[in-house]
Write a protein that binds this ligand. Structure first.
Ligand SMILES: [Zn+2]
Ligand SMILES: [Zn+2]
Length: 121
C-alpha cells in the first residue's frame, strides 16, 4: 500500500494496488499546472484510490473536454488527474512512502521544456 499527502497535509490518501503505469508527461498543461518541466503520474483503478482525510478540500479544474484535474484548495498541491474511464492518476511526487517504478513511459516529448537538460534527469 502507498500513502500520499498534499503540501499542507489536509488531504491524505492511500493507494491499495500497485500502479498500472507510470508516466512522465511533458504536455504543456502539466507544465503549467505543476509549475515544473513535466509531471510524473501513476495510474490505478479508481477503486484503489482512497482518501483518508481532506477530500472535501479537493477542488477541480476541467482542463479539456474529458480531463479533470483535482487539487488541494488550501495549498494548491496537485492530487488527481482523471479522464473518462476507470483509472485515476496521481502525481508520484506527493507520495510519502517509497516507490520505485520498474519502468516509466515518456509522453508528449514533443513539448519538452527547452531548458530541461538531460543531465538533470
Ligand atoms: Zn493541501
Ligand atoms: Zn500532461
Amino acid at each position: 500500500m502507498h500513502k500520499g499527502s498534499c503540501l499542507c497535509g489536509t488531504i491524505t490518501f492511500a493507494v491499495l494496488a500497485e500502479p498500472k503505469a507510470v508516466t512522465h508527461c511533458h504536455c504543456k498543461m502539466c507544465q503549467k499546472q505543476h509549475g515544473a518541466a513535466f509531471a510524473t503520474y501513476a495510474s490505478v483503478k479508481r477503486e484503489y484510490l482512497h482518501y483518508l482525510s481532506g477530500e472535501a478540500e479537493l477542488t477541480s479544474f476541467q482542463s479539456s473536454d474529458s480531463v479533470v484535474r483535482r487539487f488541494c484548495r488550501k495549498c494548491g498541491s496537485n492530487i488527481e488527474w482523471s479522464s473518462e474511464g476507470e483509472y485515476a492518476d496521481w502525481p508520484l511526487a506527493i507520495l510519502d512512502t517509497p516507490f520505485k517504478p520498474s519502468k516509466i513511459k515518456v509522453i508528449f516529448a514533443g513539448s519538452k521544456a527547452d531548458w530541461l537538460d538531460s543531465s538533470h534527469l
